[in-house]
Structure formats: C-alpha cells, structure tokens
Design a protein around this ligand. Sequence first.
Ligand SMILES: *Cc1c(COP(=O)(O)O)cnc(C)c1O
Ligand SMILES: *[C@@H]1O[C@H](CO)[C@@H](O)[C@H](O)[C@H]1NC(C)=O
Length: 310
Amino acid sequence: GADPEEVSIMNGLTINLHLLLISFYRPTPTRHKVLIEAHSFPSDHYAVESQIRLHGYDPETSMICLEPREGEETLRTEDIVKVIEDEGDSIAVIAWTGVQYYTGQLFDMETIVQKGHSKGCYVGFDLAHAAGNVPLRLHDWGVDYACWCTYKYLNSGAGCIAGAFIHEKHADNDFPKLSGWWGHKLTSRFQMDNKMDRSRGVAGYRVSNAPPMLCACLEASVQVFAKTSMEDLRHKSVQLTGYLEHLLKTAYPKNDSGKPFIEIITPADPAQRGAQLSIKFSVPIGKVFEELKKRAVVVSMKFISPAIIP
Ligand SMILES: *Cc1c(COP(=O)(O)O)cnc(C)c1O
Ligand SMILES: *[C@@H]1O[C@H](CO)[C@@H](O)[C@H](O)[C@H]1NC(C)=O
C-alpha cells in the first residue's frame, strides 16, 4: 500500500519508531501530547514515554493512553474519534497501531488518519501485526509515517530487519532527524567528503548499512509473498479464521453444562480483525498448553510465574 520510494528496510522496529518520532514529535507548550492506546505493546509505550521525556515533557501530562470502555476488550472507533475531537488541538502525534497485538483488533486506520489530520495532528502506525496480515493503503490513506517488523506475519525470522514508511508528501521535509552515512545519496555516498547530500524521503532516514544476513532472510520471505497478492491472501485468511472461529465456538460454547468453554475477545466482524483469534479459556492455560503439546502443536507460553500456572 505504499510507493517503493516511501519504504525503507532498516534497523529493528522500535529503533525505526524512535527515528520517526524524532522527526514527527516536535512538542510545543500548546501541542505536546501523544495519543496511544492504553494497552499498546510495551516497546511502543516506552518509546513514546522516552521521547516525551527527551523533550523535557512529562508522560503524566503529555501521554494520552486510551482505554476500552469498562467491561470491553477492544476500542470503539467512535471513542477514538471522540478523544481526537476533544483533545486533538493539544495532540502532536497519534502513535497508533494497525492490528492490536493482544486482542487482534484491526483498527479503522483511514478514519483515524482523517480525524487526526482534521485536528492538525500527525498520524503514524505501528504495523508489527498488520504487515503481511491485512491489506494496507498507507499512501492513499495519507498516513504520515509507519514502521513494522518483518518477523511476525512476514515470517522472516525472529529479530529480522524492520521497515519504515514516510509519505511522499513529507519526502522533502526539513524535520530534525538523526543521520548516518547510509542516508546519503548513493551517487555521491562514497566520495566521503562529509557533506551530507541526503536521499529523499524515508531513504534519507537510513543510518547504518543493511545487515546482509538479515536481508537474505527477508528476501526468502518476500519471495513467498510474491507468489500471491495481499488480496488473495486476505481472502483465504478471512475464510480460515472464520472456520477456526466456527469450530471453536461450536466445540467449546459457554453454556450451563459445566464443560470447559472459551471466549474469543477478537472482534467477530472480519473487517475488524486479521488472521488472529485471541482466546480466553475457562481452564488454566497450563492445561491447554500441555494438551496442545500432546497433539504436536508448537506453542509458546509466557510464564508470568510458574507458581501461578498449574
Ligand atoms: C513485536 C512488536 C514489537 C517488537 O519490537 P522490536 O523493536 O522488533 O523488538 C514492537 N511493537 C509492537 C507493536 C510489536 O508487535
Ligand atoms: C453445551 O455444549 C455442549 C458442547 O460442548 C453440547 O453438547 C451441549 O448440548 C450444550 N448444552 C446446552 C445446555 O446447551
């Protein structure tokens, strides 16, 4: 969903978020806030907190963390729109997410961009769980910046190289940025004259040369994706996810039988989710883990404390 010149492959995801925020988050006494979802991925939360502190502001007063309504797991678009309407004049950046990592909620990015821009905010997205999962139209939606990793739905392997997007409209920006030699135009980069002749757009945000081993892993992944299109992939994904949902709901309904049951917290509307279903179990997760392992399913379990997971 972007022009090739709007995309750069570089660094890790959180580093890219920092590099982008250095440019897009330029707080002033009247516009110093960052809007983020309350349950954003910790790395994004910490990145935003530290950017706010870097500029001498206080996350306590400069960070708006939007919570779902009482008793609800996911955020309503109308509530996101309302907080932008109410607080937009003091929001510098809306640092939102494409697909929520925990609930699997796919946000209405176009609406968030439109609303944010109508209030003079920059709107950027972390697409860690959206890239390779759902079709994106970053250019057409007018998204200001975006970043993502390539090791979730893009299958390039843990810790592999990440991506960044800056919209063409910002290609000739004079925003503050952190520089390195890889952002210098290739035509004159090796003249080594210490006169920065920066590449246009996001290519000018590259700092270090790209690690070949990581690029090879990404290349292998991209070759698989090149065999299909995001539209076809999405079409099949909607069917498979719906089928899994049907099986789960039929086999483990919540009823009065006293049998184990599940609750799916991911939105039931296919337009509001990707290929993920987040499930709550009525039985201890350790038991589910063991049963899945017995059936040769490869699963990971985050141990909060072994003592509390039977
Ligand atoms: C996976 C993920 C990360 C991980 O960040 P890295 O810098 O790649 O370690 C950050 N944010 C989100 C939303 C993620 O899903
Ligand atoms: C409860 O769900 C089970 C399937 O797990 C089903 O066999 C049973 O008929 C249901 N009971 C009621 C009361 O709906």
